[in-house]
Design a protein around this ligand. Structure first.
Ligand code: ADP
Ligand code: ZN
Ligand code: ZN
Length: 740
């Protein structure tokens, strides 16, 4: 018989497939099925890519597969294709792509479908077996057999152990062929419930157009961009589009940002639909994730809600993909397999012939450009759904203001009046902790992280008795601040700048009677802390909310009528070309937290740059006008979406190594002679040293994707085989979101 060989994708950083002998004694796996194989001294689980009668691997190096785990592919064709496509597009090893796509327990070998229920029952022989024979002396076996005879349809294990019948006893009886195990399969092809628990809201004309447009596109590929101002009722559009999907007997996949998956989001879907909702995010344990994955795959869950990696969740009957807050950075994985879930969602919809709905009040420039070129259909919601107007923006020019520790007098005055009316104030600050800088007042020395080119943030004690701490947000290092200046010996060390903790202190002194809630990563570490905070904020009258980005996302605070952004200048001048876009999104999203139906919202922005053109555009004409101007700037630079980027990063413990390595890479790349690609660098990264390692960048730019991908396909294998590649950590980031 001819030998057959398996081609496998294994979870390994090597960009290659692996050949194994398919021994006669194991079942041939289907393409897309899992196989257990020896790998070095360990065993790995790989995915079968194909079976062939040939291999180029020499005999001596070939090993035999150990076990086939599946009789059907773990992922449907569409997702298998998506993974292969993504591995190529992002230049990432396929085995690691599958690793991202599959729940951990499946990667560890757990069964694909939920196991059927196991029951023990007497065999025919067991039913007739004389109880006064040899078994009489085996007391436990006798008792077990007598019990089981009373349950001819079988007993489940928990019931048996409850009666003191143990597994060894059952195994002994099984050996004598007196009892047997049966496994009851779970119901095949499960249907999702389609009913509603509550009536839908009656839609305004803009919402109705949006729902109708999506509904008539069901069953074919069509991307939509739902550009709706904050509070315009995008969620209601999602809900009613999903109702149409369920009515067709199909399922909907909803992707949300990391932080957007508050219990409230899921609760809103539960309140509307009867169907099971599968929830996939990092807060769930592996067992829960696998259960949700199975419910999606079997078709039982009509709705699947999850963060980034949920884009790989299989659906028995895919009907619609929704990406909420599509501009959010958390859809892009920033390490390892650097995929963008929003972009993969569009690709997936194309493979599965479904519409895909990207929603945001502040769409990414990429999506706006796609809407402009009519690759995406644009749906707009210009009005707030519940009848309130858009908030009013006002700049406070900090140049001529006496600043009382970050808060200008006009700001404090307007805050007082808002609170006196029994309303709430939201104060947004870009950084957590107490203060971003510790400065010597005598010589100007500033605390520095030893492992990073960065200043550590001063934090308040985490528990009573502890002192202030210096905490580097880049490498995690913590230390006690020095008592004396290491440079001049002075003891006059002062915190400079304002983080959320310090704002908390200052505002408590200024408004001692007003309840204050701080919402940042430090105040919400405990499980349920965020939900509790939201609840208390809703229950309160006049109150101050102080917080970071966490406050900017997806949550409505009906009592907030004043939003203050303490310092927006940092964002306007960030090193990254996307900094203004992100700042504008943040401003609009934070502002969108303000204003209940009846009470209009006011947004105050403190700045030293009141004449900044982008800022002006944003507050006088709105996000759409801002985006137009920003798109024009990108076009002039041929930056995304008007051009395409690939960032090759390298880092090492010796300062020169990454740059030397990237110089070699650039040399190979230019030698490949592919026209229309520009090279920038290598240059040290904006933060050259981080966590004790030096970092450098090589940026590739082109006005079309094709030459970049042609180049990468040739270049990456060459980089892999460079001896110097073993002395650095390097990565390829296709469509990078941040150049840091
Ligand atoms: P978005 O997701 O666009 O920020 P939401 O969907 O959260 O907005 O809607 C904001 C508020 O408006 C919610 O309280 C929602 O219940 C309400 N709302 C949405 N659509 C309607 C409608 N058609 N009629 C009345 N209220 C609506
Ligand atoms: Zn000093
Ligand atoms: Zn550090």
């Amino acid at each position: 018989m001819t030998r057959r060989y398996l081609q496998l994708a294994l979870p390994s950083p090597l960009r290659q497939t692996f050949d194994y002998i398919l021994p006669a004694k194991i079942d041939p796996p289907p393409v897309g099925g899992r196989v257990r194989v020896p790998f070095g001294r360990q065993e790995l689980i790989g995915i079968c890519l194909g079976i062939s009668e040939h291999t180029t691997v020499p005999d001596a190096k070939l090993k035999a597969a150990i076990e086939t785990l599946d009789s059907e592919p773990v992922l449907p064709d569409s997702l298998f294709t998506l993974c292969r496509w993504a591995a190529e597009y992002y230049q990432h090893p396929l085995g690691e792509v599958f690793d991202t796509a599959l729940p951990v327990l499946l990667r560890q070998g757990e069964g694909l479908a939920a196991p059927g229920e196991i029951r023990w029952r007497p065999t025919r022989l067991g039913e007739l077996y004389p109880l006064d024979g040899s078994i009489k002396r085996a007391h436990k076996q006798l008792a077990a057999l007598m019990t089981l005879r009373e349950y001819p349809e079988g007993m489940i294990v928990p019931l048996l152990s409850g009666l003191g019948i143990e597994r060894p006893t059952l195994l002994a009886l099984e050996k004598k062929q007196l009892v047997e195990r049966i496994s009851l399969a779970p119901p095949a092809a499960e249907k999702a419930l389609t009913g509603l628990r509550e009536p839908p809201l009656s839609l305004n004309p803009e919402q109705k157009t949006a729902v109708d447009d999506v509904s008539v596109s069901l069953g074919r590929f069509q991307p939509f961009l739902l550009f709706g101002v904050t509070g315009s009722g995008k969620t209601e559009v999602y809900l009613q589009a999903i109702a149409a999907v369920l009515a067709r007997g199909e399922q909907a996949l909803v992707l949300v940002p990391e932080i957007g998956l508050a219990p409230q989001t899921v609760a809103r879907f539960h309140a509307r639909f009867q169907t099971e909702i599968a929830v996939l995010h990092s807060g769930r344990n592996e067992r829960e994730r696998l259960d949700a994955w199975r419910a999606a795959r079997s078709g039982r869950a009509g709705i699947v809600i999850g963060t980034r990696s949920a884009v790989f969740t299989p659906l028995a009957r895919p009907g619609l993909i929704i990406v909420d807050e599509e501009h959010d950075l958390s859809f892009k994985q920033q390490d390892g397999f650097r995929y963008n879930a929003r972009d993969l969602a569009v690709r997936r919809a194309q493979l599965e012939n479904t519409p895909v709905l990207l929603g945001s009040a502040t769409p990414s420039l990429e999506s706006l450009a796609n809407a402009r070129s009519q690759r995406y259909r644009l749906l707009t919601l210009k009005q707030r759904a519940a009848g309130a107007g858009e908030p009013l923006f006002k700049l406070i020019d900090l140049r001529h203001q006496p600043l009382r520790e970050g808060f200008s007098e006009p700001l404090i005055n307007i805050m007082s009046r808002t609170l006196e009316r029994g309303e709430q104030v939201l104060v947004f600050i870009n950084r957590r902790g107490f203060a971003p800088v510790l400065l010597c007042h005598d010589c100007g020395w500033q605390a520095h992280c030893k492992r990073c080119d960065a200043r550590p943030t001063l934090h308040r004690p985490a528990f009573p008795g502890q002192g202030m701490r210096l905490h580097c947000h880049h490498c995690g290092t913590e230390s006690a601040p020095p008592v004396q200046c290491p440079s001049c010996g002075s003891t006059d060390l002062r915190p400079v700048g304002i983080g959320t903790e310090r704002a908390d202190d200052l505002l408590r002194q200024r408004f001692p009677k007003t309840p204050l809630f701080r919402v940042d990563r430090d105040s919400t570490r405990r499980k349920d802390a965020l939900a509790t905070l939201y609840h208390d904020i809703h229950a309160a009258d006049a109150a101050i909310l102080v917080g970071t980005q966490m406050l900017a996302k997806g949550h409505h605070f009906p009592n907030v009528t004043l939003v203050a952004l303490l310092d927006i200048d940092g964002g306007l001048f960030g090193a990254d070309f996307r900094a203004p876009e992100h700042m504008a999104q943040l401003i609009v999203q934070v502002a969108g937290r303000a204003g209940r139906a009846e009470k209009p919202g006011l947004v105050l922005l403190q700045t030293h740059q009141p004449e900044h053109p982008l800022l002006h555009e944003l507050i006088s004409t709105g996000y759409a006008a801002f985006a137009e101007r920003a798109l024009e700037e990108r076009r002039q630079l041929a930056f995304p979406p008007a051009g395409f980027l690939v960032l090759i990063r390298a880092e090492a413990t010796r300062a020169e190594t990454p740059t030397e390595f990237l110089e070699a890479v650039a040399g190979i790349a230019t030698g490949l002679g592919i026209a229309d690609v520009q090279y920038w660098g290598p240059v040290p990264a904006p933060m050259e040293k981080r966590a004790g390692r030096f970092r450098a960048h090589l940026l590739l730019q082109a006005t079309r994707r094709a030459p970049l991908h042609e180049l990468l396909a040739l270049l990456v294998p060459r980089i892999e085989s460079l001896p110097a590649a073993r002395r650095v950590r390097w990565s390829v980031d296709v469509d990078p979101q941040e150049l840091g």
